[in-house]
Write a protein that binds this ligand. Sequence first.
Ligand SMILES: [Zn+2]
Length: 502
Amino acid sequence: MVKILTLALAASSLSWSASPQAPALNAAERAVTGRISASRLRARLSFLASDALQGRDTPSPGLDVAAEYIASEFRRAGLEPGGNDGYFQTASMVQLTPNKEGFSLKLEYQGRSVEAGPDGASLSLASGLSLTAAPVFKLDLADPSSFAAVKPTDLDGRVVIAQAPHRGLKGIQAAFHLLSDAKPTLLLLVGESEMLGSGERLVDASPDSASARQATPRVAVHSPALSALFDSLPPGAGTATVTLTAPEPLKTPFTLRNVVAVLRGSDPALKSTYVMVTAHYDHIGMKKSGEGDRIYNGANDDGSGTVSVVELAQALAAARPRPRRSLVFMTFFGEEKGELGSRYYAAHPLFPLARTVADLNLEQVGRTDSTDGPQVGTASLTGFGYSTLSDILVKAGKLTGVKVYRNAEASDAYFSRSDNQKLADAGIPAHTLCVAFDYPDYHGLGDEWQKVDYSNMARVDRAVAVALMMVADDPATPRWNPKNSHTARYLKAFEQLHGGQP
Ligand SMILES: [Zn+2]
């Protein structure tokens, strides 16, 4: 999953008990679940999360090896290739690397002026930028009430200046929401931050892509003199101005790949509709320097989801009869760099989005040592209750001995933190299923394959297999829940996708 600044997790207090007369699996479900093997999951993950793949960074040779491995397993299962290049959906991306040479900035207010150069500056820009005495709008993240009445349009065409985010600033979330609907010329962050990266980022290079054009240019500067002048500015639109020169970034092209296989449905009508099961096969690569182990193996995040997709693919490929709808098995690149692979897929779908009835995304399904306490025989869905997929997973879990529950603290908060979000944005009922939202080695060097509970992972994958078969065989499609207060935008997207038919 994607890392964010604040994590607020607590144990769920839901209780659950098995129904007195547990219903049984049908013959096809028994055969499919019988083909899911803990030892094979272990073998798969010990390779995918091995040091040889060097943390599967996007882009990296290790990621390419992982893609070839996943494709080879789809090939062995006899599945139809679903990409534009065999099992691969090739994505032309461009890496933007800031060019700090020649960068200069001047903040002026009431006759005072502070200048800053490349030292201590972090740039995130899609193209060069030059501003002369541009008007400033101060967002004081320490005091969210100071901008509670501000509208997104108040920020349009201005340089928004704010504190660089760090723990303890109360207004980060509110500012994020405000900025997501605004069109400022530049976002200028002042001060030290634990969140500032190198400014490098990957964007979709296709000519029709909006991602490169729409992102707000962002500059962060760590300078005590600048921070002092920032502190003296009144909140809102004042008389301060910014003059800035930022050179064009360096652009390096890369080809990245989603890995895709299809199991054609058996029903003459329903086979042109699709059920997706997805996971991200990338992780965060290697630590730049230091002694000893520097490889972020990402066994649980999200090697576990990836090998589960592969295992489900081979188990379902042999289903007789085949499921009625077509099943799409897909692993995404670049989730850790901002859900790049799923974003790319939603912008360039291989199967019509309007005929894609659901996406079940798998994340962190291997480790049971959650920071919430041990999670054996349990699984949780993000956005639990947003769509009828929740009910289907609960039902499939009851048939396979997995308690599928709503984690009160994490369920809604984590909905946007994985690849399901990009498909939900397109209107498709899409959730992420996980076992542990947070665990001791999350994004750490110790996330290694030896720490995974394989028999539990197989159990959870069996529940997922049964849920996929239920969705694939049911002529009724999963629906967003109109009674849930978080689903309005997804319902709207669903209606747009289906030509106004709710
Ligand atoms: Zn992840």
